[in-house]
Design a protein around this ligand. Structure first.
Ligand code: G16
Length: 547
C-alpha cells in the first residue's frame, strides 16, 4: 500500500518535470551532460534513482549538479556511490533507462529496476546534493530535490560545493565520520591540518616559496578556496584570479583551456618563474604552469603531477622500509615521455585504461598505492586499507629508527591531505605544494624530470559521434571501416609519433590526439588525422583547417 501511494506521488510530480518526447541522452564519461534546458526531467528522475540506489546500498548516495569543464550554458549530473566513488556501471545503465523513459513508461521502468535489484520500498533512503555556480544549477538541483522527496527519500542539500567536496561528504557520512566530518568545515580542517603538518618538514620556506597563483576558472573552486584560506595558517599564500565575480565560467580560463591551448589563461598576471595553477569549473581538475625568462610557457599537466607524486611516494616507502606496491594509472592521452619515464626510470607499474575517472579509479584500487591521473589534471592517489594500517603502525612505533618514523609520518599526512574519493583540485594543489616543499624542489626542477613530447588535441564535428567505436583503451578505432588504417598510415610518416581518435563522452564531438618529434610535425599529423575523421566518419560543417 505504501508503494502504491508513493508511486502515485511520483506520477503526479513527474508530470511537473516532463520529458521532451523523443529526447534520448547518454550517461557519458561523467554522467549526463548537455544544454541546461534539456535537463529538468533528467534531474527529477536522477533524484528518484538516487533514492533507489540508497535503498539498495543502505547508504547515503550523492548527486552533483555540474557540467564541469563544459561551457556555462551546459549542465549535467553525476551520481556518487557510498564510498564517494562514481556510481557503478550497472546503475549507469539504469540511469539511462530512467532518463530516457517516455512519460507514461517511467513507473514501469522504476518498478522493473526495483524488482531486478530486489529493493525494499520500506528501506530508508538518504541523498546528499551539491551544485556548481552555473546560473541553471539552482533550479536543476531543486528538480533533483523534488525527485528525492516524491519517493520519500531524506535529502541534505549542501548548496554550492565543488564536486570533490560532495564526494568527500558522502564518504564521510558512510564511514561514520572516520574519513572526516561531512561538512565544508570538516573538509577544510582535515586537508589543511595534514598540509600544515607536511610543510613542517620544510622549515624556513620564504614567502616566495609559499606564494601560489590560482586561476579559479570563474567557478566554485575560487569560492571554496577563499573559504579554506584561514585554515591554511598562512602556510600557503594564494593570489586568486578568475574568481567568478566578473568573468564567465571556463571562458578562456580554467584547467581544460590551459591544457588544450598549452598557454596561459586570460586574467592571470604571472611573473617569470612564478608558480601558477588552474582549476576547472567544478574544481576536480588542476594543472600547473609557469613562464620562463624567455617568455616560454611551461605546462605541468596531470602526467607531470602523477610523476611528481609517485616519485615522492616511492622514496618515502623505501625510506620507511615498507613493502608496498606503487602503480600509476594513465589513459591514452598520457604523454609518451611520461609513460617511458615512469616505466624505465622510476620502475613503477603503469597501466593504461579508458578515459573517465571511473575507469582509472577502479584500476588504481588494484595497487597498495595507486596513483591515477588523466593528462588533463583529473586524478588522485588511493591507499589500500592495509597500506594505511602499515603506515600508521610504523608512524607510532617507538622502537623504529627516526628516519623510518619520519618517512612514515610524512606518508600518514600525505594520506590525509589526499581526497581518496575522487580527483580534487584543492586537495591535489595542497599535495603538490607539500611535495615540492618537503623535497625542496622548484617548479623548474620538477619540470626537468622529463621533457614532454610535443602534442596536440583537436576536435572534429561529425553527424553522429557513435559511428566511431574504439578498443585497446581507446587507442585504436574499430569503426568506421578504414579509419584506423588511415590513422596508422599517417602515424608511420612521422618520428616518435602516436595518434588516436575517440568520441567525447561529455561533448558532442570527436576528439583527436597526436604527438610526434616536433610541434610542427605534431600539428601536421593532428590535422591529417582530423581530415581522415572528417572524411571517413561523416564530418559536418567546415572542413578542419591546419593550425
Ligand atoms: C570529465 C571526466 C574526465 C574526462 C573528461 C573529458 O571531466 O570526469 O575523466 O577526462 O570529462 O571526457 P571526454 O573526453 O569523454 O569528453 P570533467 O572535469 O568535465 O568532469
Amino acid at each position: 500500500a505504501i508503494g502504491m501511494a508513493l508511486f502515485e506521488e511520483v506520477s503526479k510530480k513527474s508530470a511537473l518535470h516532463p520529458k521532451p518526447a523523443g529526447l534520448l541522452l547518454n550517461y557519458g564519461t561523467s554522467g549526463f551532460r548537455t544544454v541546461a534546458e534539456q535537463l529538468d526531467h533528467v534531474m527529477f528522475r536522477m533524484g528518484l534513482l538516487a533514492v533507489l540506489r540508497s535503498k539498495k546500498t543502505k547508504a547515503t548516495i550523492g548527486v552533483m549538479v555540474t557540467a564541469s569543464h563544459n561551457p556555462e550554458e551546459d549542465n549535467g549530473i553525476k551520481l556518487v556511490d557510498p564510498m564517494g566513488e562514481m556510481v557503478t556501471p550497472t546503475w549507469e545503465e539504469y540511469a539511462m533507462q530512467v532518463a530516457n523513459a517516455e512519460q507514461e513508461a517511467l513507473l514501469t521502468v522504476l518498478g522493473d529496476i526495483m524488482k531486478r535489484e530486489a529493493i525494499d520500498i520500506n528501506q530508508g533512503a538518504a541523498v546528499f546534493i551539491g551544485r556548481d555556480t552555473r546560473p541553471s544549477s539552482e533550479s536543476l538541483s531543486q528538480a533533483v530535490l523534488d525527485g528525492i522527496l516524491s519517493l520519500a527519500g531524506h535529502a541534505h542539500d549542501y548548496g554550492v560545493l565543488t564536486t570533490p567536496q560532495l564526494h568527500f561528504m558522502v564518504r564521510c557520512e558512510n564511514t561514520q565520520s572516520r574519513y572526516g566530518n561531512p561538512t565544508t568545515e570538516g573538509y577544510y580542517q582535515k586537508l589543511s591540518q595534514a598540509f600544515v603538518q607536511l610543510v613542517k618538514h620544510a622549515p624556513n620556506r620564504t614567502d616566495d616559496q609559499k606564494h601560489l597563483l590560482v586561476d579559479g576558472a570563474n567557478g566554485v573552486g575560487a569560492l571554496k578556496l577563499r573559504e579554506m584560506e584561514p585554515f591554511l595558517q598562512k602556510e600557503l599564500q594564494i593570489s586568486l584570479f578568475n574568481k567568478g565575480t566578473g568573468g564567465k565560467l571556463n571562458f578562456q580560463c580554467g584547467a581544460d583551456y590551459v591544457k588544450v591551448q598549452q598557454g596561459p589563461p586570460l586574467g592571470v598576471e604571472m611573473l617569470v618563474g612564478q608558480r601558477c595553477c588552474s582549476f576547472d569549473g567544478d574544481a576536480d581538475r588542476i594543472v600547473y604552469y609557469y613562464s620562463d625568462s624567455e617568455g616560454r610557457f611551461h605546462l605541468l599537466d596531470g602526467d607531470k603531477i602523477a610523476t611528481l607524486i609517485s616519485t615522492f611516494l616511492k622514496k618515502l616507502v623505501t625510506q620507511a622500509g615498507l613493502d608496498l606496491q606503487i602503480g600509476v594509472v594513465q589513459t591514452a592521452y598520457a604523454n609518451g615521455s611520461s609513460t617511458r619515464y615512469l616505466e624505465n626510470n622510476m620502475k613503477v607499474t603503469v597501466r593504461c585504461v579508458e578515459t573517465g575517472v571511473k575507469h582509472l579509479h577502479h584500476a588504481a584500487q588494484e595497487f597498495d598505492i595507486g596513483v591515477y591521473f588523466e593528462a588533463n589534471g583529473h586524478g588522485t592517489v588511493l591507499f589500500s586499507e592495509s597500506a594505511v594500517e602499515k603506515i600508521q603502525q610504523l608512524a607510532m612505533d617507538s622502537s623504529t629508527s627516526d628516519e623510518k618514523k619520519s618517512a612514515a609520518q610524512i606518508l600518514e599526512n600525505t594520506v590525509n591531505v589526499t581526497n581518496q574519493a575522487v580527483g580534487d583540485a584543492i586537495s591535489d594543489m595542497l599535495l603538490v605544494e607539500a611535495v615540492l616543499a618537503v623535497q625542496g624542489l622548484s617548479l623548474q626542477q620538477w619540470d626537468a624530470m622529463y621533457t614532454d613530447l610535443p602534442n596536440r588535441q583537436r576536435k572534429v564535428k561529425v553527424a553522429d559521434k557513435s559511428v566511431i567505436t574504439t578498443t585497446d583503451a581507446e587507442r585504436r578505432a574499430l569503426s568506421p571501416a578504414g579509419l584506423q588504417d588511415a590513422v596508422d598510415a599517417l602515424v608511420k610518416q612521422y618520428r616518435l609519433s602516436r595518434a588516436f581518435v575517440r568520441p567525447s563522452g561529455t561533448e558532442d564531438t570527436i576528439r583527436v590526439y597526436a604527438e610526434a618529434d616536433t610541434q610542427e610535425n605534431t600539428d601536421s599529423l593532428a590535422h591529417e588525422v582530423c581530415m581522415a575523421v572528417y572524411r571517413l566518419a561523416g564530418g559536418v560543417g567546415e572542413e578542419p583547417q591546419p593550425l
